[in-house]
Design a protein around this ligand. Structure first.
Ligand SMILES: C[S@@+](CC[C@H](N)C(=O)[O-])C[C@H]1O[C@@H](n2cnc3c(N)ncnc32)[C@H](O)[C@@H]1O
Length: 306
């Protein structure tokens, strides 16, 4: 307890939120035990080696390296994923997006073919496959280094059915069609990124966080490439900044062939998720079929009645 108290105060002094909790997690990691066990053995002295290992991790955290990088893992839904500065740390908001999308899609059965654009550690793609939400999954990322780790995570989790492809946005899946497309793209404006905590700004990959056009550049290009990608009745789901959701929804509204464009809240009540469904009869590259035209007609009449 003495070690936890002193190191918790030390981390707090370095500006770490929840310094004590972080100290407990680091110590539990070094002792290969659960946090609760620390309290049950509050008077257990640390061996020299244990103390040295703990100090090494404590120093890294004090330098504001994210806790998950120091521990080397992050939990994502049912999976424990390896993470390091090659990939963004998977967030609870992204875990929750999957639940919200499944509710919006009305509890439909497994998707045949899903796509995760900007997979990073593989979080979304691997969760879709591991939980049987999709039968097959393609995961893309522009970062070859991220894909290396994502592939390793797939192997470690024993998840089959995920194919990883390197390249820019939808480039690696040209000609393919999917019935679920999810993405948590980079969406921070440069100025907002500069104002983030050191854990993000100095440690997580910039390419995972920042996009041009006030953060909208990547998502705009992604939406621009959707024509023909979705199978009839398929769903898209994007995680975006809370100030961006309405703009992103409007971008999708302006595309032919989508219906039920909707914005949902994350667990903190922020408008973070934008979903839409591909109209039946559109897709597979035509992008301008009758359903697309009727979608445009419906939008036009809705706009008139506003
Ligand atoms: C916010 S991270 C999301 C990672 C993971 N999907 C998650 O939710 O934890 C964004 C990811 O998009 C990737 N990315 C950025 N620009 C991209 C592009 N133009 N094409 C493909 N992937 C891109 C980054 O390398 C990064 O892995």
């Amino acid at each position: 307890m003495e070690v936890i108290r002193l190191s918790g105060d030390y981390l707090a002094g370095k500006g770490v939120d929840d310094g004590r909790l972080n100290a407990e997690q680091l110590l539990a990691h070094v002792l290969r035990t659960e946090r609760l066990q620390l309290y049950l053995h509050f008077d257990r002295p640390l061996g020299e080696g244990e103390l040295a290992d703990f100090k090494r991790l404590l120093k890294r955290r004090a330098a504001r390296e994210p806790l998950q990088y120091v521990l080397g893992t992050a939990q994502f839904r049912t999976l424990e994923l390896r993470v390091d500065p090659r990939v963004a740390i998977p967030r609870p908001e992204t875990e929750y997006m999957i639940d919200v999308l499944l509710r919006a899609a009305g509890g439909r059965g497994p998707f045949d073919a899903a796509l995760d654009v900007g997979t990073g550690s593989g979080a979304i793609a691997l969760a879709l496959a591991a939980e049987g939400i999709a039968r097959s999954v393609v995961a893309t990322d522009v970062s070859a280094a991220a894909l290396e780790l994502a592939r390793r995570n797939a192997g470690a989790a024993g998840v089959d059915g995920v194919e990883f492809r390197a390249g820019d946005l939808l480039g690696p899946v040209k000609g393919g069609t999917f019935d679920l497309v999810l993405s948590n793209p980079p969406y921070l404006a440069e100025a907002d990124w500069l104002a983030t905590e050191p854990e993000i700004r100095e440690w997580e990959p910039r390419v995972a966080m920042v996009a041009k056009e006030s953060g909208l550049g990547v998502i705009r290009r992604l939406i621009g490439g959707l024509d023909g990608l979705l199978r009839a009745g398929g769903w898209i789901g994007f995680e975006v900044g809370s100030e961006q959701a309405a703009t992103v929804a409007a971008m999708i509204e302006a595309c032919p062939g989508f219906e039920r464009v909707q914005v949902h809240d994350d667990l903190a009540g922020r408008r973070r998720y934008v979903f839409a469904r591909q109209l039946a009869g559109v897709g597979n590259g035509n992008g301008d079929g009758e359903a697309a035209r009727s979608g445009r007609r419906r939008r036009a009449s809705r706009n008139r009645s506003r």
